[in-house]
Design a protein around this ligand. Structure first.
Ligand code: SAM
Length: 259
């Protein structure tokens, strides 16, 4: 599985600063319906971008906590500047299945692009449910990597690269089972929907432009993929110009703890 050390954490931060993922966060925050003064938990907070934006949404009377297992991600998050009128934000190291908070601590909890990296889905969702107050909202967002459409000048090579890339996660198809898992953890699930990441015409400052070096770093040397093969794969994509075409779906589940 992909380990989030210093270099890979920076690559994630770069691609999550692109307009595609800025728009994803805007939709996540809107769906959560955050109110001034609320307390919010970001589970697997990564580089802290969502946590800081949620802090601005709940304002200075609110409270935001972020948890993650990666020290490199926590270091990036701790360096983020917090707007003057935003809630205080505290990041700490914790696994998804052992959240260091009492029961009923938060009005809302969110986990985006995290649970697909996790073995302990029931434990993670039970913890999310436990720390929410009755009536609290939960939002879980993950990718199903079978939803990818990525045009290439060499289709068999693209298939090989994506097959090895699927191994960077515990479950590259997690969204298919999330409805049942959330219900078994005690949540009422409100309305699943999709956020597409869609890039036409190659540009580096897009989600998929940033994904190319992330995939290259992970797959090189695995499954018989040499550095030469991966350099050729990346060069082909970057040279496609207007024929470049990438699409991938995020699956979003909004739920609440009955109460
Ligand atoms: C792709 S990043 C997403 C970061 C952030 N949620 C976002 O959307 O910007 C995945 C994050 O999940 C974290 N993570 C993976 N497994 C975890 C676990 N068992 N407990 C806590 N965090 C975990 C990683 O360290 C990484 O920061």
């Amino acid at each position: 599985m992909l380990q989030f050390g210093e270099a890979s954490a920076r690559r994630v931060e770069t691609s999550y600063l692109t307009p595609d993922v800025v728009e994803q966060r805007r939709q996540v925050i809107a769906a959560l319906g955050l109110q001034r003064g609320e307390s919010v938990l970001d589970i697997g907070s990564g580089p802290g971008l969502l946590a800081v934006e949620m802090a601005a949404a709940v304002g200075s009377r609110g409270r935001v906590s972020g948890t993650d297992i990666s020290p490199s991600m926590l270091a990036l998050a701790a360096d983020r500047s917090i707007p003057a009128d935003a809630a205080p934000v505290e990041f700490q190291r914790a696994g998804v299945d052992a959240l260091p908070f009492p029961d009923d601590s938060f009005d809302a909890a969110v986990s985006t692009q995290v649970l697909e990296y996790v073995e302990v889905i029931p434990g993670a969702l039970t913890e999310m449910h436990r720390v929410l107050r009755p009536g609290g909202r939960a939002l879980v967002l993950d990718t199903d990597w079978d939803s990818i459409v990525w045009h290439s000048g060499d289709v068999p090579r693209m298939r090989r690269v994506l097959a090895v890339w699927d191994e960077h996660l515990i479950d590259p198809h997690l969204p298919r089972t999330l409805l049942g898992s959330l219900q078994r953890a005690g949540f009422d699930v409100e309305r699943p929907w999709i956020i597409p990441l869609f890039n036409v015409g190659y540009a580096e400052a897009t989600y998929s432009g940033g994904l190319i070096p992330t995939i290259a770093a992970y797959v090189t040397g695995r499954g018989g993929l040499t550095a030469e093969v991966i350099e050729a794969w990346a060069a082909d994509l970057r040279a496609l110009g207007p024929a470049y075409f990438f699409s991938l779906n995020r699956y979003v589940f909004l739920a609440h703890k009955p109460g």
